[in-house]
Design a protein around this ligand. Structure first.
Ligand SMILES: Cc1cc2nc3c(=O)[nH]c(=O)nc-3n(C[C@H](O)[C@H](O)[C@H](O)COP(=O)(O)OP(=O)(O)OC[C@H]3O[C@@H](n4cnc5c(N)ncnc54)[C@H](O)[C@@H]3O)c2cc1C
Length: 405
């Protein structure tokens, strides 16, 4: 009796694509699927969440994600090879090398690209994104110790990029359109504390101002960033970290639907309108919404691996956007309804300017149920508070508000 082995093609070997392959190969004991992964980058999948550590002593090999590799006869990984086109009628993809690869199932896991605001000069030599090992190699090569570098965008990744410039010996500036740093995660008071603390680390912060243009010096390279208030900042390097956009450029020519704000439109099981094609990770607009974190992409990968094996996938549902991180030595945590969006929500906060800490808890209208919170400067209570979202206020909450934490 002959066994039919079907071919799964995965477009993109990033964090979600890698997880899909690991899940599938882990579950597929019978060897029902042969997997061909086409990855545009020269590196096999790596821990993009820890990307910044590449400029702080870790190598590409240190960041590589463990998993099934070259010894696996049912896995073929082609690096430096992108998917250039999908032919849904023929069930094939054409690679950037011009090869045609047939698929029984196709999973799109192409991630995102940094959003570059279309200001004049945005494409000058010396302007970079902050997304890949290649970007960091390019930034490292362009960095000039002692000279200024400007990061456009003061969110989480922008602050990481500014720290990267600092580690390369540059003088980092951060330009943020919103009136505070990390506007998605923290409120005005939290942003104030964060701004003061990162300024002490040598970052120069410019909030509430747009970037108008980037100008070149006589050598044709970036020389300055002109701001909308008329001022300008000298810059030998400019790093864009103003959000991301899903890599959905394969959708249009293949006749696949896009979400309203981009991304391959998929249902709760990550299925496109084509029964052979799924999308996972940051490129997937699940019921119209893209998710810019690793954990949601891992859930999508696990669900699709199970569907491929006929085991039934888990519908995606809600994503948890809680964050806890340590940036430039400053702890920041944001969880649940951090911005008190719920009707009647009550905000209780405590600011300690001397200590450089800020804590806010959001409770429901009757002040019994914890809805969310923000912690800046000291996020030790996060682990105790977060599981109580939707429940009562734990002792850590009372201690925080009393200033005895
Ligand atoms: C500096 C930094 C810090 C981060 N910190 C955090 C964090 O603290 N917590 C968190 O949850 N998330 C964080 N993230 C986000 C996290 O890295 C992403 O959510 C995650 O990598 C998404 O996985 P993905 O597979 O969808 O996309 P990616 O990991 O970007 O992988 C997509 C891959 O597909 C490739 N590709 C694109 N188009 C094609 C094509 N046509 N053919 C073949 N290959 C293609 C890309 O080159 C890339 O290799 C961070 C990201 C960065 C850059």
């Amino acid at each position: 009796m002959t066994r039919t082995v079907r071919t799964l093609v995965v477009a993109g070997h990033g964090m979600a694509g890698h997880r899909l392959v690991a899940e599938l190969r882990g579950l597929d004991a019978a060897g029902a699927w042969r997997v061909v992964v086409l990855g545009e980058e020269p590196h096999p999948a790596y821990d993009r969440v820890a990307l910044s550590s590449y400029l702080d002593g870790r190598s590409a090999a240190d960041l590589a994600l463990a998993g099934p590799g070259s010894h696996d006869p049912l896995l073929e990984l082609r690096l430096n090879t992108g998917v250039a086109a999908v032919d849904r009628a023929a069930h094939t993809v054409t690679t950037t090398a011009g090869d045609v690869v047939a698929y029984d199932a196709l999973v799109l896991a192409t991630g995102s690209r940094p959003f570059v605001p279309p200001v004049p000069g945005h494409d000058l030599p010396g302007c970079f994104g902050y997304r890949s090992l290649g970007d960091l190699d390019a930034i490292r090569a362009a960095a000039v110790p002692g000279r200024p570098g400007v990061v456009i965008g003061g969110g989480l990744l922008g602050l990481e990029a500014a720290n990267a410039l600092r580690l390369l010996g540059m003088e980092p500036h951060v330009v943020e359109l919103a009136p505070r740093l990390m506007p998605l995660q923290v409120d005005a008071a939290g942003g104030g504390v964060l701004g003061l603390r990162v300024a002490r680390r040598g970052l120069r912060i410019h909030c509430g101002v747009a970037t108008a243009a980037i100008t070149a010096g006589p050598d044709g390279r970036v020389a300055s960033v002109v701001l909308a208030d008329g001022s300008s900042l000298a810059a030998d390097v400019v790093v864009f970290s103003a959000g991301v956009r899903p890599r959905d450029e394969l959708a249009g020519p293949a006749g696949l639907a896009r979400g309203e704000r981009g991304g391959f439109l998929v249902d709760e099981l990550c299925r496109t309108q084509d029964e052979r094609i799924w999308a996972i990770g940051e490129c997937a607009a699940v019921s119209g919404r893209c998710h810019g974190l690793a954990a949601p992409g891992y859930r999508m990968a696990a669900s699709v691996a199970r569907q491929l094996l006929g085991l039934g996938g888990e519908p995606f549902g809600e994503a948890d956007l809680s964050t806890k991180l340590k940036l430039l030595g400053v702890e920041v945590a944001s969880f649940g309804d951090a911005h008190a969006a719920a009707a009647g929500a009550v905000e209780l906060s405590r600011l300690d300017e001397a200590a450089g800490t800020y804590a806010k808890l959001v409770l429901d209208a009757d002040c019994r149920t914890l809805l969310g919170g923000i912690l800046v400067g000291d996020a030790r209570a996060y682990g105790e508070l977060r599981p109580y979202v939707g429940l009562g206020l734990p002792a850590a909450g009372h201690r925080l508000l009393a200033g005895t934490a």
